[in-house]
Design a protein around this ligand. Structure first.
Ligand code: IPE
Ligand code: IPE
Ligand code: MG
Length: 239
């Protein structure tokens, strides 16, 4: 059996369709989705996952109706407030990746507060990808690197993979081992482009509000049976 994934990333998709299928407003789906986040974070901790990264809001999601965007931001602030004690009790360290500066002030304040208060925690690193876009992340890294080249802090011939990694928002995260996407869509939607280079992909038709602890267990079991070869042959792996 393969080891447990060290870094699990999830594209939590399908809130809107879940609500619409029930003849309800998309809002209801997002609210239910927030509850599921709580359950899955707890389950990931129990499974000794070291890094859990959740796609909460993409740079593309600003194009949604203003009401929906506002609700998502409000839900986020509410969840951070409500779950703060549980995060502390579970020794979780909260981090965020994405463009922090253009988030609403209330979100920035609450995020900063929880990140600061949990930075000494030694348990699971829970990263929220918020106002996150994988292409934007790489462009921002390139801008930072070129500025350093211009100021002779970095010489171009020394640029390698680690130079780029050090300038990504996700610089403190290891590569993703298992990427889960719910709702039946089989696409990446600009999530963690660099860090998923060798990730195992797991797609499930289950909509995020229906994603239960047992669904995470199923994904972890599925991962455990896969052979990760990283370009090598099966024989080389199994010596
Ligand atoms: C995921 O569910 C939540 C966010 C993107 C914030 P969706 O809102 O994308 O749900 P569907 O895809 O419309 O069903
Ligand atoms: C991806 O879901 C973003 C999040 C889960 C936060 P979307 O629903 O926004 O992605 P697309 O539009 O189906 O690609
Ligand atoms: Mg969606």
């Amino acid at each position: 059996m393969n080891k447990k994934p060290k870094h699990v990333a999830i594209i939590m998709d399908g809130n809107g369709r879940w609500a619409q299928k029930k003849g309800k407003n998309r809002t209801i789906g997002h609210k239910r989705g927030a509850k599921v986040v709580k359950e899955i974070v707890e389950e990931a901790t129990k499974n000794q996952i070291e890094f859990l990264t959740l796609f909460a809001f993409s740079t593309d999601n600003w194009s949604r109706p203003e009401d929906e965007v506002n609700l998502l931001m409000k839900l986020l602030v509410g969840s951070l407030k409500k779950e703060f004690k549980r995060i502390i009790d579970n020794n979780i360290r909260l981090c965020s990746v994405g463009n922090f500066n253009t988030l609403p002030d209330l979100v920035k304040e609450e995020l900063m507060f929880v990140i600061e208060k949990t930075k000494i925690n030694t348990g699971m690193v829970l990263t929220l990808a918020l106002n996150y876009g994988g292409k934007e992340e790489i462009i921002d890294a390139l801008k930072a690197i070129t500025a350093k080249v211009k100021n002779s802090i970095i010489s171009p011939e020394n640029i390698d993979e680690s130079t780029l990694i050090e300038h990504l928002y996700t610089r403190n995260l290891p590569p993703v081992d298992l990427l889960i996407r719910t709702s039946g869509e089989e696409r990446i939607s600009n999530f963690l482009l660099w860090h998923i280079a060798h990730a195992e992909l797991y797609f499930t038709k289950t909509l995020w509000p229906d994603f239960k602890k047992k669904d995470l267990e199923k994904a972890l079991l599925n991962y455990s049976k896969r052979e990760r070869r990283f370009g090598k042959t099966s024989e080389q792996i199994n010596v």
